[in-house]
Design a protein around this ligand. Structure first.
Ligand code: 5GP
Length: 346
């Protein structure tokens, strides 16, 4: 046994210090980024916020709505091949810059991925997603996928430490997904005791990735636009959101009415709800590591997107960053023991 004594921080442990700025208004701030990737071909331009590949978030409807704002959606892996065909056959060509196809590392996952990619070779992004990105089998799957698709932009995760970020990049990933345990419907830290505070994970993983010319996605733990800004400030190239984009009309699932109030169901992808729905129950050898919650219905996602992007633009004006690209180098985090004033909240 060994113990590391330096403190690791989450979003709640810091604030961003304001700095002198010549910017007059939020409207002067550009959130668009242009990236070239370590392995995959071509350049990508857009706002680097991604809807998570959960079936209550990363839906085709969400992708269509977010593409209007130049955001990305990692489409969840539970659509059938026919549903993919129906979606892509009616979508515009610009959707290919705004969606990733998700896969696990099982044989059936790989088969489905290959079928869709052979029928729709314009798909640019693949998201290889497992709960534990530290397994040899996962690294082998990333290598195989890279060999098979030298031109695609591969996202892979999740991990939380620099050495594993490096291994995944060297195995063929372009973008490493960072986050174990911070998710809003994740119970990994409770069930297993495993995890890493998200802000420190981003800082350390971004440093490792950027050293090799790779990129990172901060995945999980954002509860408000300020957290998204902190993730970018810490060095994330992309930020993935689950809970903040759940509960909308585009978020899939049925609208539930209880005592005159409307809700939508939101659940972790390894929750009992998800496992019952997609794989016929929780296997005996594993615990469910996700929970199920009812989120008050928030209507169309457009207003939420405007709120998130407005928040990040405002962060940029507070620190004098005219472009999102400048946010990290203009960020000084201060360690705090309080966040906002909750006195008058109901
Ligand atoms: P959020 O933005 O809601 O805080 O976090 C979203 C992220 O939580 C997802 O992108 C995914 O990485 C993670 N996640 C989703 N479902 C589960 C689950 O059932 N268990 C765990 N451990 N993490 C999950």
């Amino acid at each position: 046994m060994r113990i590391e004594l330096d403190v690791k921080l989450g979003f709640k442990d810091v604030m961003i210090r304001p700095k002198r700025s010549t910017l007059k208004s939020r409207s002067e701030v550009s959130l668009s980024r242009k990236y070239k990737f370590l392995h995959g071909n071509g350049e990508w331009e857009g706002i680097p916020v991604i809807a998570a590949n959960m079936d209550t978030v990363g839906t085709f409807e969400m992708a269509t709505a977010l593409a209007e704002h130049d955001l990305l959606t990692a489409i969840h892996k539970h659509y059938s091949n026919d549903e993919w065909r129906a979606f892509l056959n009616q979508a515009e060509s610009k959707i290919y810059d705004r969606i990733a196809i998700s896969t696990g590392t099982g044989k059936e996952d790989a088969k489905k991925l290959n079928t869709i990619l052979s029928e729709f070779p314009d798909l640019r992004f693949i998201c290889i997603d497992v709960a534990n990105g530290y397994s040899e089998h996962f690294v082998d799957f990333v290598k195989q996928t890279r060999d098979q698709y030298p031109d695609k932009i591969i996202m892979a995760g999740n991990v939380v430490t620099g050495e594993m970020v490096e291994e995944l990049l060297l195995s063929g990933a372009d973008i490493v997904k960072v986050g174990i345990g911070p998710g809003s419907v994740c119970t990994t830290r409770i069930k297993t005791g495993v995890g890493y505070p998200q802000l420190s994970a981003i800082i350390e993983c971004a440093d490792a990735a950027h050293g090799l010319g790779g990129h990172v996605i901060s995945d999980g733990g954002c509860k408000a636009p300020g957290d998204v800004a902190k993730a970018f400030g810490a060095g994330a190239d992309f930020v993935m959101l689950g809970g903040m984009l759940a509960g909308h009309s585009e978020s899939g699932g049925d609208l539930i009415e209880e005592n005159g109030k409307q809700y939508k169901l939101f659940y972790g992808m390894s929750s009992e709800t998800a496992m019952n729905k997609h794989v016929g129950g929780v296997a005996e050898y594993r615990a469910s590591e996700g929970k199920t919650v009812k989120i008050p219905y928030k209507g169309d996602v457009k207003a939420t997107v405007t709120d998130i992007l407005g928040g990040i633009r405002s962060t940029c004006t507070y620190v004098g960053a005219q472009q999102l690209k400048e946010l990290t180098k203009r960020t000084t985090f201060i360690r705090v023991e309080e966040q906002h004033n909750q006195w008058l909240e109901d």
